[in-house]
Design a protein around this ligand. Structure first.
Ligand code: BT5
Length: 253
């Protein structure tokens, strides 16, 4: 790693593994062994990568699969940490390429409407683990067909080889900044996120505990909740823990 405020703060120690089941699980083990804030686990591939709510995250060679151990002193707004992490991932992508990265609530990073990355925040062993997955040069043929239909990679979008290490370095710097912003109360996170909002105005079908809600994405609230507007104009708040699945999030390219 080169020097720089974020690189120094996040990325020590940096545990590199050729293969992990899930870097979030390795980070959890490190956290329970008392590792310091900023420890990072990086894997060449994951055999049991996961998304939210037990969903599978496909993680072949060629991606950035990493997790950061956080030990927040005090507490920023809970609903904004995941958004801050998404912002950091979007900015890291833009640091190493000339693409524009959008965000879909709550945590998808999208290029031209297709998912290039995601964020998984978990609490474990008295710490918080922030997991990031970015398809840097993952061949889409290496993903399951249904996933490949809505996914993309940085390599595909830029037409140029991108080094996962360069994305990691940018990510650690950007996330250190947004994490500090979050710790300080989160001012600016919702505004920055909203400027990248790739979902606003799009139709959504959301299932929450067996109930299906339909409406149009109407941006996010100050606490990070999604605003879902129904046909009559009524706005319902959806918090990320509520969301079981959504359709329409990958549309509108
Ligand atoms: C996420 O979940 O988007 C969070 C992904 C976090 C992955 C990182 S990798 C490092 C760390 N260790 C882990 O085990 N996880 C974290 P969610 O919003 O639930 O999205 C999951 C959905 O994304 C799946 O159901 C698929 O539809 C799709 N998907 C799976 N693999 C993908 C990939 N490589 N690229 C794009 N989409 C993918």
């Amino acid at each position: 790693m080169t020097s720089g405020p974020g690189a120094a703060r996040f990325g020590v120690p940096l545990v590199r593994l050729a293969v992990a089941e899930s870097t979030n699980d390795v980070a959890r083990l490190l956290a329970s062994a008392g590792t310091r804030e900023g420890a990072v686990v990086l894997a060449g591939r994951q055999t049991r990568g996961r998304g939210r709510l037990g969903r599978v995250w496909l993680s072949p060679e060629g991606g950035l699969w990493c997790s950061i151990v956080l030990r927040p002193v005090g507490q920023g707004p809970p609903g904004l940490l995941s958004l801050a992490a998404g912002l950091a991932a979007a900015e890291a992508i833009e640091t190493v390429s000339d693409v524009h990265a959008g965000l879909k609530w709550p945590n998808d990073v999208v290029l031209d409407g297709r998912k290039v990355g995601g964020v998984l925040i978990e609490s474990a062993a008295g710490a918080t683990i922030a997991g990031f997955g970015i398809n840097v040069r993952v061949p889409l043929e290496g993903l399951a067909r249904d996933v490949a239909e809505t996914a993309t990679s940085l390599h595909l979008m830029t037409g140029r080889p991108v080094d996962p290490e360069a994305v990691l370095e940018a990510l650690l710097k950007r996330f250190a900044g947004w994490y500090d912003t979050w710790l300080a109360g989160g001012a600016g996170i919702v505004g920055a996120w909203s400027r990248r909002d790739a979902t606003r105005g799009r139709p959504l079908h959301i299932s929450i505990s067996g109930e299906t809600l339909e409406g149009t994405a109407d941006g996010i609230e100050p606490d990070g909740a999604l605003r879902l507007k129904d046909a009559s104009g009524r706005v319902r708040r959806v918090v990320s823990g509520d969301l079981v699945s959504s359709q329409g999030m990958a549309q509108g390219r």
